[in-house]
Design a protein around this ligand. Structure first.
Ligand SMILES: *Cc1c(COP(=O)(O)O)cnc(C)c1O
Length: 495
């Protein structure tokens, strides 16, 4: 059955999957949502006999219904290949009876690779299907991680170019090194003289410039966006929850149909929303456990029914979760409002005007599947140390937030349901915070010395992504002032 996509903010006409991927965001500012959540049409037993690519196909074909079998399979093959350092793509590691789903085996060693390695292929396929002849130009402003994952995904993908703007003095030295060493003739990395907000505002301005869009079209280009509200990023994330269940079943850790819990370290709410969709497709999931760091807007929301961003923004050791507006939550709000665009729009208007909104008691009752909690900085560090000392497994800071919240959940509920914890980054990506949590003595060491020490104590090989930045040559040294961003784009495109 065909799935169409409509906006969370109006009841206008629905579009096909490929059109939703090309547009990213609906014209009214809403997010695209499927008109229904399709049910899995393979049994759990059948799925347990498939590899990652096959499971991905079985899930994605149900959402991207205007893609042919061949188109979708080609996208999947090109995405989940040797760029991943393990054939299983997303391995499950058992530690203390919980199952850590390692989503960090792609080229930038964080979970964003799971979606950003396939998005470019979905996008060029979508362009072809809609008879778009222009080259797709991806514009991104980044505070660090997304930029590199998008660069790695789009590098050398024919029919695309990618331009990333980052604050010249606002990202970590490792993040900067990762970006400025990016290969690929279709890539451009620019350090701007300003902060992340300046970069983001500049990009939005370029996107909104109608005269520029017309000029681009004449020269055979059009802009698109790779940010996390694109449905082409959400759908690929559903696959690994299904795959983790299938793996547990194959390995005899659970019986067919047995429910599992899922714990997700959450920022923009995309990853946990994918788990929610998986549950609604029929995957036997009991609780969806939403883990926050000190920016605990979501914990407060699940506890009180009020979403309130009016609070101090905290910088933590899990920076990818330092978010006060979780964009993808809008898709859940729309759903618990009974797929009511007007009700959702009223709440989102309140969020932008007053920074908060309150859901009804009826809507709150629909959130019974979710459990929210948070871990402080001290609790996050303590959990890294505790698990390492108990079994030798080393978590990154984001995954540690999830693990600490899981401990709180078990202590409160006594629930012994088997549990999958989404492990969203390699500890090598946040080496200093991780090593300092294990022992303060490490603080005296240099960055790469620490990398080698982590490899030794965790008994894990240093990932290629880290080896690369040790030796790779800097290939991008473009900088510009905020008011020169558009000129920089045009120059790169030869306009
Ligand atoms: C992006 C990110 C998250 C948060 O995921 P959301 O989908 O935004 O909730 C968690 N951990 C890491 C390492 C990330 O990069």
């Amino acid at each position: 059955m065909e799935v169409l996509y409509s906006s969370t903010r109006s009841n206008g006409s629905a579009v096909k999957a490929s059109q939703a991927i090309l547009k990213g965001l609906s014209d009214d500012g809403g997010l695209f949502v499927p008109d229904h959540i399709p049910a899995l049409d393979k049994t759990l037993k059948e799925l347990s006999e498939m590899n990652y690519q096959q499971v991905a196909y079985e899930v994605m074909k149900l959402y991207l219904t205007d893609f042919t079998e061949e188109e979708l399979k080609t996208c999947i093959e090109r995405a989940y290949d040797k760029k991943f350092d393990t054939e299983v793509i997303a391995p499950l590691v058992e530690a203390e009876g919980a199952y850590y789903l390692e989503l960090f085996h792609g080229s930038t060693i964080a979970f964003k690779d799971m979606a950003l390695s396939i998005l470019p292929h979905l996008m060029i396929t979508s362009a072809r299907k809609n008879n778009i002849k222009n080259e797709i130009v991806i514009l991104t402003a980044t505070s660090g991680d997304t930029g590199k994952a998008a660069l790695a995904g789009f590098a050398d993908v024919e029919g695309t170019r990618i331009i990333v703007f980052y604050p010249k003095n606002g990202v970590s030295p490792i993040q900067e090194k990762q970006m400025v060493t990016q290969k690929g003739a279709n890539t451009l990395v620019v350090g701007i003289h300003g902060n992340f907000d300046d970069a983001q505002t500049g990009v939005k301005k370029i996107f909104g410039d109608k005269a520029l869009a017309a000029e681009m079209d004449e020269k055979g280009f059009q802009f698109s966006s790779a940010n996390s509200i694109n449905i082409g990023r959400l759908v690929p994330q559903i696959c690994y929850y299904v795959y983790s269940y299938a793996t547990l079943l194959k390995e005899g850790k659970i019986a067919e149909g047995e429910k599992i819990n899922v714990v997700v370290p959450t920022g923009n709410f995309g990853n946990i929303l994918a788990a929610f969709y998986a549950k609604n497709m029929g995957l036997p999931i009991n609780k969806l456990i939403c883990a926050s760091n000190d920016n605990k807007v979501l914990y407060d929301f699940f506890t009180t029914g009020t979403y309130d961003r009016n609070r101090e923004f905290m910088l933590t050791t899990s920076p990818s979760m330092d978010i006060l507006i979780s964009s993808n939550l809008e898709r859940l709000i729309y759903r618990i409002a009974g797929n009511n665009a007007d009700a959702n729009k009223a709440l989102m208007t309140s969020l932008s005007a007053e920074g908060k909104y309150e859901i009804t008691a009826e809507m709150k009752a629909e959130l019974a599947d979710f459990y929210g909690n948070y871990a402080s900085e001290a609790e996050t560090a303590a959990e890294i140390k505790r698990l390492y000392e108990s079994c030798g497994y080393v978590l990154d800071t984001h995954t540690s937030v999830a693990s600490a919240v899981y401990q709180k959940y078990v202590a409160e509920s006594g629930d012994t349901t088997k549990t999958v914890i989404a492990s969203t980054a390699s500890p090598f990506k946040f080496t200093r915070s991780v090593m300092n949590a294990i022992d303060e003595k490490y603080d005296a060491m240099g960055d790469f010395e620490l990398v080698d020490e982590l490899s030794k104590i965790a008994n894990v090989k240093v990932p290629q992504a880290i080896e690369d930045i040790r030796s790779a040559a800097v290939v991008h040294d473009v900088q510009c002032d905020v008011d020169k961003m558009q000129a920089t784009v045009k120059q790169f495109l030869g306009m």
